[in-house]
Design a protein around this ligand. Structure first.
Ligand code: ASP
Length: 344
């Protein structure tokens, strides 16, 4: 009975917002807060409600901008900043810990109108990495900056800097300690194999957003702390354009979450867009093909949020759950964690 209660209460909420549907031309927004093993039985009602409320806040902050004629880039940045500032997600505050007990943050953003993009990897003292990624796109001649160089660029741009401890949370530190114990206990197992077996358990909560604005421009953004216990400057898919983030006004806006190594190797975001473009199939179909078949067969866990030029949303994932929320071009709003959608 408890399970039914939980499912009925939280699997997903859908609402129709007729007033918003009248917005012309249509705008749309989808966000995610990470995919992975999310056991409904293990999540307290309080946490579930806190996550739903924060997703709603992030969605609303981006959507309001779109309704007021704001750009898709402004909307995805605003939504991601709300999630970066929340300790509930693995981005900004609440980022997972590296092996050395610090935080190294990755983020990227892409403009579907121009195919311009910006990304940062391994930054340690930038409060909102997504805003720095946008600065890389608009104020540098490059696409991706990493580590110390990215920090120096951040200082030169006057973005808000914080001590690395700003991102600390008790729960993520506990996860690091558990992860390290498990990894160190597995003698004879390579570090990489150990991390792979732990990844879905300890890295939940990357965040992302995709938006369509009233000029028909699409944008995508992704931000993460990466994977618990990562070492050696490990960088995942989130700041890699084509893997974790992609936008092209002709076909798609995509933000991914999952086991980054797979998303890089399978070039997930760009592959979904390319399939839709060259096979002439719906973006939703292409996303299912890649996430539910190709990636799943390969053992790659995770999901994507996608938005097409018509403002249609698809959010497939091959894990137990994915924190997500959206308002499509018709004004249909959804907030969900697990698979099935329950009408309120
Ligand atoms: N994709 C992220 C990474 O591998 C992690 C995640 O999405 O949970 O860094």
């Amino acid at each position: 009975m408890r399970l039914f209660g939980v499912l009925a209460a939280m699997t997903a909420f859908t609402f129709s917002l007729p007033a918003l549907a009248e917005t012309t031309p249509p705008v749309a927004l989808a966000i995610h807060g990470g995919a992975g093993t999310i056991d409904p039985e293990k999540m307290s009602d309080e946490k579930r409600q806190a996550i739903a409320a924060k997703l709603d806040e992030a969605l609303t902050s981006g959507y309001r901008l779109l309704q007021n004629g704001g750009s898709a880039l402004d909307a995805v940045e605003a939504a991601v900043r709300v999630l970066e500032d929340s300790p509930l997600f693995n981005a900004g505050v609440g980022a997972v810990y590296t092996w050395e007990e610090g935080h190294e943050l990755d983020a990227s953003i892409m403009d579907g109108a121009t195919l311009e993009a910006g990304a940062v990897a391994g930054v340690r003292t930038v409060r909102n990495p997504i805003s720095l990624a946008r600065k890389v796109m608009t104020d540098s001649p490059h696409v991706m900056l990493a580590g110390e160089g990215a920090e120096a660029f951040a200082r030169s741009q006057g973005v808000e800097m914080v001590p690395n401890s700003h991102f600390d949370t008790e729960s993520r530190l506990k996860s690091l300690k558990e992860a390290k114990e498990k990894i160190l206990a597995r003698e004879g197992v390579s570090h990489q194999a150990a991390v792979e077996s732990l990844e879905s358990e300890f890295k939940m909560g990357t965040v992302g957003a995709v938006a369509l604005d009233s000029t028909g421009t699409l944008a995508a953004a992704t931000s993460t702390g990466g994977m618990t216990a990562k070492r050696w400057g490990r960088v995942g898919d989130s700041p890699v354009i084509g893997a974790g983030t992609y936008a092209d006004d002709a076909v798609c806006a995509i933000s991914a979450t999952g086991h980054g190594e797979y998303f890089i190797r399978y070039n997930v975001a760009a592959d979904i867009c390319a399939r839709a473009k060259y096979q002439g199939i719906l973006l939703a179909e292409a996303a299912d093909e890649v996430i539910l078949k190709r990636l799943k067969q390969a053992g790659g866990t995770g999901g994507v949020i996608t938005l097409d030029p018509e403002g249609r949303v698809a959010m497939p994932f091959n894990t137990e759950g994915m924190y997500r929320a959206s308002i499509d071009a018709q004004g249909n709003k959804q907030i969900a964690i697990w698979q099935s959608v329950i009408e309120p």
